[in-house]
Each structure stands twice: as C-alpha cells, then as structure tokens.
Ligand binder design. Structure first.
Ligand SMILES: CC(C)(COP(=O)(O)OP(=O)(O)OC[C@H]1O[C@@H](n2cnc3c(N)ncnc32)[C@H](O)[C@@H]1OP(=O)(O)O)[C@@H](O)C(=O)NCCC(=O)NCCS
Length: 181
C-alpha cells in the first residue's frame, strides 16, 4: 500500500505524541524507561507542531483514496529555535523519528527522512543534521543510505556521560544527484 507523508493535523497530535513515546519506550531509547523525563517532551506533539513542522506517515491516499492509519512521525526543524539541538545557521535538523514496530520495513522511515531533505532544500538550506544514540544501527543505516555521514566533531552530551552521535548531509547539487534526494 502507498504511504503518504504530510503535516500532522491538530486532532492527531495526541496519537502522534503517544506513538513517539511508545516507540522510544519499546525500542529502549529511554535510559529511565517510564520514569524518564524525556517522555513528557516526546508526548508533547502539539509543542513540536507549534515550534517546528510535525510530519506524519500514513497508509494510503497517494492515489487520492482514503487515508489509513498512522505509521510514523518525524519533527522537521527548518528554522532553528528551541527545538534545534545541533543545527547551526543555514542548516535544518530533524528529531524524534519513529515508526510503529508493526509498520517497519515498508519505507515509512525513509519517506519521512526524504520529506525532511526536501523541505530543507525548498528552504534553500545547505545541510541537514541530526543527533542519535550510538546503538541505533537501523536508523544509522537508513541515514547513510540517504547520504548522511558521521560528524563526530558535533557529537554532544545532553547529560554528562551520555553521548549523542551527530550525522550530516550536504545538500550541494552533486550530492543530490548521487543520493536521489
Ligand atoms: C529507524 C526507523 C524509523 C526506521 O523505520 P522503517 O519504516 O522501518 O524504515 P524503512 O522501512 O525505511 O527501513 C529501515 C530498515 O529497517 C529494516 N527493518 C526494520 N524493521 C523491520 C521489520 N520489522 N521488517 C522489515 N524490515 C525492517 C528495513 O529492512 C531497513 O533495513 P536496511 O536499512 O538494511 O535496508 C524505525 O526502525 C524506528 O522507529 N526505530 C526506533 C526509533 C529510532 O531509532 N529512531 C531514530 C532516532 S535517531
């Protein structure tokens, strides 16, 4: 079935926040599990929609048919602000990429990242960056497939001893051709 990527609608914010929280919990991305303070931020999709662009992947509708269920989400930060963690001037960042376990392996994650790349390009930005836990190999393979490379000089620690690995892709024209973005 087709996958559509679009902006989340206000009536979906609750479900999008819960999807993000459940993926982070289920995949073991939260050091303190249910007690992790970051859960509140993950659930607050309305804040992400207000301060950045909250995208969703849903089943179907590419041919004009009815949309199906929510598959995943990502937050595109194209204009800095409080949601930008590693993006500098002229760069976009994306955060909180999450696809429901039952919906994985169908390209929803890749489609969400590609949508971020397109939005960055449309804004005339020169690079897209992100930071990620070091063990998220599935996500890292996806990023590399789309042209991202490690940018260790931009690794950072949200809390002491907990290092996030930075990745970046240049949106220079030659790069676009090679990675078809
Ligand atoms: C990373 C993630 C978003 C990818 O979503 P996705 O929709 O499965 O992405 P894709 O379909 O584009 O495929 C990504 C890869 O996962 C593989 N995959 C993962 N789960 C799969 C499953 N259940 N069935 C089949 N393939 C699966 C795909 O084959 C593909 O592998 P490849 O890179 O070797 O080709 C998803 O695994 C996820 O939500 N992970 C937990 C949260 C996370 O790590 N977020 C990133 C934070 S930086």
């Amino acid at each position: 079935m087709d996958i559509t990527i679009r902006d989340a609608r206000p009536e979906e914010y609750g479900a999008v926040g819960e999807l993000t929280a459940q993926v982070y919990l289920g995949d073991g991305l939260l050091t303190f599990g249910e007690a992790d303070e970051y859960l509140t931020e993950l659930r607050d999709a309305a804040r992400r929609a207000a301060r950045a662009e909250l995208l969703v992947a849903v089943d179907g509708a590419a041919d004009g048919g009815a949309e199906g269920e929510l598959l995943g989400t990502v937050t595109f930060v194209g204009d800095g602000g409080e949601l930008a963690e590693v993006a500098a001037e002229g760069e976009a960042e994306f955060r909180m990429l999450a696809v429901r376990p039952e919906a994985r392996g169908r390209g929803a994650g890749e489609a969400l990242v590609r949508a971020c790349l397109r939005r960055a390009r449309a804004r005339g930005l020169r690079r897209v960056v992100l930071s990620s836990q070091s063990h998220l190999h599935t996500a890292h393979r996806l990023y590399r497939r789309l042209g991202f490379v490690r940018a260790p000089e931009r690794d950072w620690e949200p809390i002491p001893g907990f290092t996030l690995h930075a990745f970046a892709v240049d949106l220079a024209p030659g790069r676009d051709q090679r990675h078809n973005i």
